[in-house]
Design a protein around this ligand. Structure first.
Ligand SMILES: Nc1ncnc2c1ncn2[C@@H]1O[C@H](COP(=O)(O)OP(=O)(O)O)[C@@H](O)[C@H]1O
Ligand SMILES: O=C(CO)[C@@H](O)[C@H](O)COP(=O)(O)O
Length: 480
């Protein structure tokens, strides 16, 4: 039996699945927590990875591995391959002003966003790596000057697994680089002039910075660290987590996934590159050679974590409360910008409950409004996706909060569509494992693995909830 490992180095934890390469059958798994915060020393990801490997029974009998990871985080390395400062994660909003500057440098009003969406498929927001580089150049020039290589979380981890300390061995894939803001997904090329612009250096200097080699979707990028007994371990290029999840779910054109993990993500497979000058949809690439436009919110599962905490209950209790209320929560709505927001781009926003009354000021309506507010933000993303002509035939709900019965039952009312919920699983890690198996087979398409069982949820459409949310989504206070 040939075994492959898939790793999901996500915001909150590291998860590993070890699967049978031919069939995809799950053999064993493990996980370990990541620290809190939007600024994290990458060593913590490595420590969690090693713990997760141990929990999963080791890698010594595994033939190939690949890593899916939280996207966009800035891992700045010096010439010796040492991490220069803690990584700034995708949900760190300190580079919001840098994003605005970078856009303005390409023109006022609609000109700047249009230029960026043409150049890199996305309009910069604080999440994108390019804005974090500009922030670094201005706030910590001494650190910026030391940069010899720029990696992202998943490619840094792949490189660590290989045991290399040579920055020229860094490798990545299209899905990950398409979220940097200095890579053109349509042409499949780095844009060094944008790296130069972000760091306020010349193009010559930018071209001397090592960026990870962009591998083909099923290309081997190295082998594991022999000193750890992983010398025979074939390494795949890995992928950004959303692209890995799409591979894990076996998505193709017309399929949409809505992931409610730390981030809330609407992702769709598109055969052609997507450019949205409004910035709502990011024009990223998939892990299989197609494109994967995304709408991403900063406020996913943690909206429900926070609501449960506030109501003194757990996730099961929160779901029970929400389902005991009624559609529309008696007029109460949550604008869920608890950590600022990326889509829509309100990096300094806070959340707000709107429509409190003596009738609605109770745990059931607060719980219901929390679930509805979270889903309304994602429904706006889905609407923007369809407005761009991206085909939407089916919607699968994944991520930690997809386990909530309230989310499962309320989602079809808010999305006004049938919702498919695959059995709970680690779809990012599964996609990475499937990529690892694909690297071994060398076939033109990934191996066919048995699809997971899917539950279907339907509900009476409740358009009035979205209409009311649309009137209220600008009602919030800025973070003081
Ligand atoms: N039954 C549940 N209902 C709602 N949220 C849940 C439930 N189970 C887990 N979660 C939340 O899901 C999140 C973890 O999901 P995951 O997709 O692994 O996130 P990430 O990939 O961002 O680390 C946590 O915020 C956790 O509290
Ligand atoms: O920023 C994005 C995608 O653009 C996020 O989806 C991150 O990739 C984090 O993923 P999770 O840890 O929430 O799964």
């Amino acid at each position: 039996m040939t075994l492959v490992a898939g790793i999901d180095s996500s915001t909150q934890s590291c998860k590993i699945v070890i699967r049978e390469a031919e069939t995809g059958a799950l053999v064993r798994s493990g996980s370990a927590k990541h620290p809190e915060g939007t600024e994290v020393n990458p060593q913590a990801w490595w420590d969690a990875f090693l713990q997760a490997v141990e929990a999963a029974g080791g890698l010594n009998d595994v033939a190939a591995a690949a890593v899916g990871g939280q996207q966009h985080g800035l891992v700045a390395l010096d010439a010796e391959g040492e991490v220069i400062r803690d990584a700034l994660l995708w949900n760190d909003t300190r580079s919001a002003a840098a994003a605005e500057q970078l856009i303005l440098e390409y023109g006022e009003a609609e000109q700047g966003p249009a230029a960026w969406s043409r150049m890199v498929g996305s309009v910069p927001v604080a999440s994108l790596t390019v804005t974090k580089l500009r922030w670094l150049a201005d706030a910590e020039p001494q650190n910026a000057r030391r940069i010899a290589a720029v990696a992202l979380p998943h490619d840094w981890l792949t490189w660590k697994i290989s045991g290399s300390t040579d920055i020229r061995d860094l490798a990545t894939d299209r899905s990950e680089v398409s979220g940097t803001g200095y890579f053109d997904p349509a042409l499949g090329q780095y844009r060094y002039e944008l790296l130069a612009q972000a760091l306020r250096i010349s193009q010559d200097q930018a071209e001397r910075i090592v960026l990870p080699e962009v591998a083909e979707p099923s290309e081997q990028v190295g082998t594991g660290d022999a000193s750890r007994g992983w010398g025979e371990l074939v390494l795949g290029p890995g992928a950004g987590d959303n692209a890995a999840a799409s591979l894990g779910l076996g998505m193709s054109t017309g399929d949409v996934s809505i992931s409610i993990g730390t981030s809330g993500v609407v992702a769709a497979v598109s055969p052609k590159p997507i450019q949205d000058p409004t910035g709502v949809i990011a024009g990223f690439s998939s892990a299989t050679g197609e494109y994967l436009p995304l709408a991403v919110t900063l406020n996913g599962s943690r909206v429900l974590d926070g609501a449960a905490r506030m109501l003194g209950t757990d996730h099961a209790g929160l779901a029970e409360l929400a389902l005991a209320s009624e559609p529309g929560a008696n007029g109460l709505g949550l604008v869920p910008y608890l950590e600022g927001e990326r889509t829509p781009n309100f990096p300094h926003a806070t959340g707000s409950f709107v429509g409190l009354s003596l009738t609605s000021m109770n745990p059931q309506d607060v719980a219901r409004a929390s679930v509805e507010g979270l889903l309304c933000g994602l429904a706006d993303g889905l609407e923007a996706m369809t407005a761009l002509g991206v085909p939407v035939n089916s919607i699968q709900l994944i991520g930690g909060a997809a386990k909530s019965p309230a989310v499962q039952q309320i989602a079809p009312a808010i999305f006004e569509r049938e919702i498919l919920v695959p059995e709970p699983g680690e779809y990012v890690a599964d996609g990475a494992a499937r990529q690892a198996a694909w690297v071994l087979t060398g076939t033109p398409t990934p191996p066919d693995w048995t699809a997971s069982l899917v539950q279907t949820f339907t509900a009476e459409p409740a358009r009035f909830i979205r209409e009311r949310y649309a009137e209220r989504r600008h009602l919030f206070a800025e973070r003081s």
